[in-house]
Design a protein around this ligand. Structure first.
Ligand code: BDR
Ligand code: CA
Length: 307
């Protein structure tokens, strides 16, 4: 991998779009995927961990270590998985069971080890509930300070997708999200506002399908995932948009503003994004407000490049 590549760790809960995000990273020379860590979210932890390994190994990257992390949210009880990704988190996909175990190191310790031993500051791309990231920041403050930044897929300036107010990754562990947003880390939030502007169409998926082994898997991931997104003209590949922001920062427009996470009972998990600066509070998050239409071709080309 080129010395100029940005070292990244992906913390995830695969998840169809998480799998696409991992492949996008692997196909992009601008980034060097040093580790994948897993959290419970789209499915219980044992499934998300197995799925991360299955995807990496399918594209010949069994050298990337996978560490499992939190199996439940910080404060509230675990919730049953929804049906967006199916019971296994990667339903509808024909991949063999994992041929290796995760490393014995806990996810938050592997993030710390990677951050402190890297030749260049590491960017943490968090595309599941933020439980691991919150624990990492609390347990390893020096390693957290050594990070370049944290790019998350989560939240929304506008509507949610689990409740009218809340996006899934923030809703899945609002207390963890609040900790991350108030941690002083350099946080970029890639929310539903932009992921829903970057819909991957059926036509684009058919063009991707014949372009190799990774492309075929990606098309099958989209085949399943699109069923949860009827009538909007395409499928948001949420998590891949966060990786794309690291690969090509110009692909998103960002606004630096204050964001608060609602941990209360009514709008639990809502991200209150002060775009107009009405609170007068210090900006703490770079919030994505627009996405370049080049995103879909970038994602498809980079995944296809994996062969
Ligand atoms: C987010 O929730 C999960 O279902 C996806 O993997 C993505 O990270 C979108 O709201
Ligand atoms: Ca995810």
């Amino acid at each position: 991998m080129s010395g100029a590549a940005i070292p990244i760790v992906i913390d995830c809960d695969p998840g169809h779009d998480d799998a696409m995000a991992i492949m996008l990273a692997l196909g992009s020379p601008e980034v060097d995927l040093r580790a994948v860590t897993t959290v419970s979210g789209n499915a219980p932890l044992r499934h998300t961990t197995a799925n991360a390994i299955r995807v990496l190994d399918h594209v010949g990257r069994s050298d990337v270590p996978v560490a499992s992390g939190a199996d439940r949210p910080l404060v509230v009880d675990p919730y049953p998985p929804g049906d967006v990704h199916g019971e296994t988190g990667l339903d509808g996909i024909d991949l063999p069971p994992p041929a290796r175990a995760p490393v014995e190191t806990h996810a938050v310790d592997l993030i710390a080890e990677t951050a402190t031993t890297s030749d260049r500051p590491v960017t943490l791309v968090a595309i599941g509930p933020l439980t691991n990231v919150a624990i990492f920041a609390a347990r390893h403050p020096e390693a957290a300070a050594a990070l370049e930044r944290v790019v998350i897929m989560g939240g929304s300036i506008g509507l949610g997708n689990v409740t009218p107010a809340a996006e899934f990754n923030i809703w899945g562990d609002p207390e963890a999200a609040r900790r991350v947003f108030t941690s002083g880390l350099d946080v970029t939030m890639v929310g539903l506002d932009v992921t829903h502007k970057a819909l991957f169409t059926g036509e684009q998926n058919e063009r991707l399908r014949p372009r190799g082994r990774a492309a075929k898997l990606a098309a099958e991931l989209v085949d399943f995932y699109r069923r949860s997104h009827p009538r909007i003209g395409g499928t948001p590949i949420h998590d891949a948009v966060a990786v794309a922001q690291v690969v090509k920062p110009d692909i998103l427009t960002l606004e630096h503003c204050h964001v608060e996470v609602d941990c209360g009972p009514v709008s639990r998990g809502r991200t209150l994004v002060d775009l107009r600066g009405v609170t007068g509070r210090e900006p703490n998050v770079h919030v994505a407000t627009d996405v370049d239409s080049a995103f879909n071709d970038l994602m498809a080309d980079r995944i296809a490049s994996l062969g």
